[in-house]
Ligand binder design. Structure first.
Ligand code: FEO
Length: 176
């Protein structure tokens, strides 16, 4: 995966490498945040929500690895930033999902900025690689919005919350 005779032609621009490194840190930060949320749900005995968030945690790690492998394939230097400790206490499930949506919107913004930089630097391979992330963000934001809408309808109804817990627990990794 490292440099070969074609390195001169395919080496990624240092600005883009820096931006990709920042994005890797952002994906890992999201991953760690979702792990914190999963812990919160586990403590509330909401196992379905906890499992859903654990799945989210795994997905974010996969996103980071997709970017990291790409950066390596393009001859860029990987710099692994420190990841801050995530929150593990929240007031309600609804609060957790509102924070998650905000996080995903921030992530969409930074993927868009990354794409714009690749566009400016005429890096077509990076644009192509980022296309998957742009599509993924649409899905991520939608899934958060869907859960928020349901939680808002449920309000304080415990039976409704337990029903949702059951539904979310059925999420399978391959479906996401
Ligand atoms: Fe990797 Fe949820 O964005």
């Amino acid at each position: 995966m490292k440099n070969n005779l074609l390195t001169h032609n395919i080496m990624i621009h240092p600005k883009l490498a820096d931006a990709l490194n920042a994005q890797i840190a952002q994906e890992l930060t999201a991953s760690y945040s979702y792990l914190g949320m999963s812990t919160y749900f586990d403590e509330q005995s909401l196992d379905g929500f906890a499992s859903w968030m654990l799945n989210q945690h795994n997905e974010e790690q996969e996103h980071a690895m997709k970017l990291l492998t790409y950066l390596q394939d393009r001859g860029g230097s990987v710099s692994l930033a420190a990841i801050p400790s995530p929150r593990v206490t929240f007031s309600t499930p609804l609060e957790v999902f509102k924070i998650s949506l905000e996080m995903e919107c921030e992530n969409t913004k930074s993927i868009n900025e990354l794409y714009e930089l690749a566009l400016k630097l005429n890096d077509h391979a990076t644009k192509s690689h980022l296309q998957w992330f742009l599509d993924e963000q649409v899905e991520e934001e939608k899934s958060m919005e869907d859960v928020i809408a349901l939680l808002e309808r449920i309000g304080d109804d415990t039976a409704g919350l337990l029903y949702m817990d059951d539904k979310l627990g059925q999420r399978k990794a391959e479906e996401e």
